[in-house]
Design a protein around this ligand. Sequence first.
Ligand SMILES: Cc1cc2nc3c(=O)[nH]c(=O)nc-3n(C[C@H](O)[C@H](O)[C@H](O)COP(=O)(O)OP(=O)(O)OC[C@H]3O[C@@H](n4cnc5c(N)ncnc54)[C@H](O)[C@@H]3O)c2cc1C
Length: 498
Amino acid sequence: MTERVLVIGSGIAGMCSALALAHKGFDVTVVERDTPPPEGDADKAFFEWPRRGASQFRHPHAFLGLMCNLLQDNYPDLLEEFYAAGARRLDFQEMLSPELTDKYRPAPGDDKLWVLLCRRATIETVLRRYVGRLNNITIRNGVTIDGLVTERDDQGLVVKGVKLRRDCVDEHGPEILADVIVDASGRTTKFPRWLAELGETVEEENDDAEIVYYTRHYKLKPGVEEPPRTGKDRAAGDLGYIKFGVFPGDNGNFALIVCVHNDEHELRQAITDGATFDAVCRSIPGLEPWVREDAAEATTEPFGIGDIRAVWRYFVQDGRPLARNFFAVGDAALRTNPLYGRGCSTGILHAHMLAEVLAGDADPVARALAFDRRTRDELRPIFETSRTEDKNGIRRAKAAAAGELLEKPDTFKKRFGLAFGDALAAAARYNLHVLRGMSRTMNLLEKPGAFLEDRKTRWIIFAYMLRGRARNAKARIVRGPSRSEMLELVNQRSADAA
Ligand SMILES: Cc1cc2nc3c(=O)[nH]c(=O)nc-3n(C[C@H](O)[C@H](O)[C@H](O)COP(=O)(O)OP(=O)(O)OC[C@H]3O[C@@H](n4cnc5c(N)ncnc54)[C@H](O)[C@@H]3O)c2cc1C
């Protein structure tokens, strides 16, 4: 008999789980608390779809190589639908700095180094419609899940289904039963709480990245070309107290993001005002061409999202699954800081792992252990790298707020580390071989930092170290106002407005 799989949540990981499971022959039902996308194009979805279940829906998303290649290899027709809706493919060659453009010669693997540019609303709408057309997938919208249906036997807890919130009960009844339950309900999942109430505590690592993420969307004015992103002043960078970036989207839309440490109260308050957000962006050379008055106009006010965390949940403990026939994918299982743009890629990879594990073994315990093993092998290194980057980001922000140098080169180890970092930054800017390696890591196409094990890469970085720090450090310089200059700028604006 075909197994029935119930997926809770129709976000990125939920939809991709449904797709991957349906391709393996499972009978899939997806339940989603929100309404389906409205009829119409990407703009209609972006501006009008009430998407309260995914609070990050209107924040810009980067879709990295890992996700893009999984889509291309498994659902090329879906990719065509993304393009038809306005999504664009950006290849490695198009991401090169002016210094490398002329030196570029195609190399094996370059075809994997690409990203998709478009709004999340575009991806979700197209994905939802595509999935909705498949025969062995049913989507039930407007249904909020509010608990688990379980049994307990001598081996522990078995999940049999889910309970609907009282006001969502329809002609199908108050519960949905299935052979396998997949939690794809995202960053606010309540499944760990329900499992704890049943005596199975999901242990977790949970680290605050201590940032607030602010976004404003814009549209290029008619006839205006997108400014270059790879010139002397990059369109993304870190000034210590502020991190910034441009996310080019579909159909002439783009978004700017500004991330600040939780404790930067003055700055946080100021940039919720549209004109101040623009002024902040204009003061950063990498963003300035995008916010010139003759280049683009804002299509939203600035808006923010906090509670940015690195979270890892343990559903198998001491070699035993906490609940049989229950699996968590995507943000419900692990979260990384959105600044790195990894969540959708890890979510789709996780979804594919789940489908392979379920198709490969029918035993519930063996499935849980295999899924746990693959999750740890393939996603844990990404999680750990992200968490380390968060900790470094927090240290940078705190040092900037205190007006201190982040690293005092007072020991040989520290001096070597700084020299290595500068040499790597310079090599990645001016050397194609190193840049390729770094791009593989950034696009999650290899274990983080695996390119540094390559002998040629090491020699190149070593050669750069011999040039000296002063020369290499230039590659790391991100131009922009100091923290005190930025505070002066926003204070001056509030004084003028008062
Ligand atoms: C500000 C921000 C920016 C980001 N930028 C990027 C980026 O650039 N690139 C990237 O790859 N990732 C990014 N991410 C991460 C990415 O959004 C998530 O990793 C991804 O959406 C996870 O997918 P998911 O399906 O697990 O969860 P979600 O996409 O959040 O979907 C969860 C779904 O479950 C539904 N749901 C929740 N509870 C219930 C319930 N009880 N009953 C029924 N349905 C329910 C919700 O309505 C929602 O549809 C960003 C995240 C944030 C916060």
